[in-house]
Design a protein around this ligand. Structure first.
Ligand code: NDP
Ligand code: 2IT
Length: 444
């Protein structure tokens, strides 16, 4: 049995109740076969055994009171997975589905993603099973204050720097920052995605979606084409989806369908993004409520059916495992030429296989959606220098970073014998830097 297979068996034995974590590790270790067969020295120093085990996992109680006086208890998490190349960095997710296995898969992927950005950030992730949907602003504030009242001991500008993810946007980051500052009495860049008035970076809100499309542009160059005139389907209607859609329109593409967890909207002439943005970002409505009847936009209950919509490009930007084998077959059968992952692990292993077999160019999450965390790292740089850059400056750096990530992934795939496989290339390029740092730092 190979070194990677041995380590995978060990991980499966030790984490039997964490299917998403096992899915992520299985995928990465299969890519790393290309590397460990060349770098046989890794085995002697147990690089992979250490790489698959989080440095630290923190689980805590988060009690808070609802407006009607009921006491609620949620569970809070922070997984500090790997700090070989920089302070732990990664978002916070507030969603009822959150559990330790999901936190670990996200933190594990984040190690490689952060390494690919070329910036000095390690991998971490956190969150809670708290559901912000239907809660008042005051309830969200009390929850965030209670969450930070424990989390503050484990984070810091040079230690661990959380940010947003599903269910955590500008409002939540503001409440979390306020409580951290109150407890610690220091003004430091402990979170990213902050408001512009208190240390946030211009361009961070747009970064994941814009970065996704910059990466997509590089993918499309493989086929000598671009976004102009293409029909695009984007799942989700949150931070990543909205700004991916905005950039697609800017480049002359048409977004024909978007979704939330209840259903999807379809407009053959293009989704009206202004109405969607107001409905979602300001009024916090369901997607079904964002468009007036007769506006040419249809609403279809069942979000998974979005993949039956005929398109040239698909950008899954909602959540993990949202495209299964059957949906992938529909996309490929309908002539889709490229899939770039805005969400983390939105395509199941069967779906990825189908895309590769059908010559659909596949942009893996850890490369394609790295623009968000990359711009978070730019926010950290600005905070350290106590300065702020213009939107244009941040956006230009973001574009350059996404082009570099594409190049690194594609070159690593070529070098290690899997040319054209951006998924394996991204895993390999991300891993090599972390492995070098781990080796230099000894057995820790
Ligand atoms: P948001 O909370 O802003 O939006 C999430 C969107 O996805 C909503 O439309 C939501 O619908 C939908 N969604 C969430 N969970 C599910 C589910 N279980 N089934 C179906 N739809 C679902 O989050 P983001 O846009 O920030 O995050 C989206 C994805 O992108 C996540 O995978 C995240 O990890 C990833 N990501 C985010 C980055 C960022 O900077 N924000 C960076 C890199 C990756 P509803 O409102 O109905 O719940
Ligand atoms: O999955 C991700 O990369 C994020 N949610 C962004 C993390 C960050 O620290 O900006």
């Amino acid at each position: 049995m190979s070194y990677c297979q041995n380590v995978l068996e060990y991980v499966i034995r030790r984490n039997p109740h964490e299917p998403e974590f096992l899915q992520a590790v299985t995928e990465v270790l299969s890519s790393l076969e290309y590397v460990t067969s060349v770098h046989t020295e890794y085995e002697n120093i147990g690089i992979l055994e250490r790489f698959v085990e989080p440095e630290r996992q923190i689980i805590f109680r988060v009690p808070w009171m609802s407006d009607n006086g009921n006491v609620n208890v949620n569970r809070g998490f922070r997984v500090q997975f790997n700090s070989a190349i920089g302070p732990y960095k990664g978002g916070l997710r507030f969603h009822p589905s959150v559990n330790v296995g999901i936190m670990k898969f996200l933190a594990f992927e984040q190690i490689l993603k952060n390494s690919l950005t070329g910036l000095s950030i390690g991998g971490g992730k956190g969150g809670s099973d708290f559901d912000p949907k239907g809660k008042s602003d005051n309830e969200v504030m009390r929850f965030c204050q209670s969450f930070m009242t424990e989390l503050y001991r484990h984070v810091g500008g040079d230690m661990d720097v959380p940010a947003g993810d599903i269910g955590v946007g500008a409002r939540e980051i503001g409440f979390l920052y306020g409580q951290y500052k109150r407890i610690r009495n220091v003004y430091e860049g402990v979170l990213t995605g902050k408001g512009i008035a208190y240390g946030g970076s211009l361009g961070r809100t747009e970064a994941t979606g814009y970065g996704l499309v910059y990466f997509l542009e590089e993918m499309l160059k493989e086929r000598n084409t671009d976004v102009k005139g293409k029909k695009v389907v984007i799942s989700g209607s949150g931070n990543v989806a909205i700004y991916a859609a905005k950039k697609i329109y800017e480049l002359g593409g048409t977004v024909v369908a978007m979704s939330d967890s209840n259903g999807y909207i379809f407009n053959k002439n293009g989704v009206d993004l202004d109405s969607l943005q107001v409905g979602k970002e300001i009024e916090r409505k369901r997607i079904s409520q964002c468009f007036a009847g007769g506006s040419g936009t249809d609403y279809i209950e069942n979000c998974n059916d979005i993949w039956s919509v005929k398109c040239d490009i698909a950008l899954p930007s909602a959540t993990e495992n949202e495209i299964d084998g059957k949906s992938a077959e529909m996309l490929a059968g309908n002539g889709c030429i490229a899939v770039a992952e805005g969400a983390n692990m939105p395509c199941t292993p069967e779906a990825v296989k189908i895309f590769m077999e059908n010559n659909v160019i596949f942009g893996p999450a850890k490369a394609a959606n790295a623009g968000g965390v990359a711009t978070s790292a730019l926010e950290m740089q600005q905070n350290s220098m106590r300065t702020s850059w213009t939107f244009e400056e941040v956006d230009a750096r973001l574009k350059q970073i996404m082009q570099n990530i594409y190049k690194k992934s594609s070159e690593a795939a070529k070098k290690y014998g899997c040319a054209g496989n951006l998924l394996a290339g991204a895993d390999i390029a991300g891993f090599l830097k972390v492995a070098d740092a781990m080796i230099a730092q000894g057995i820790v």
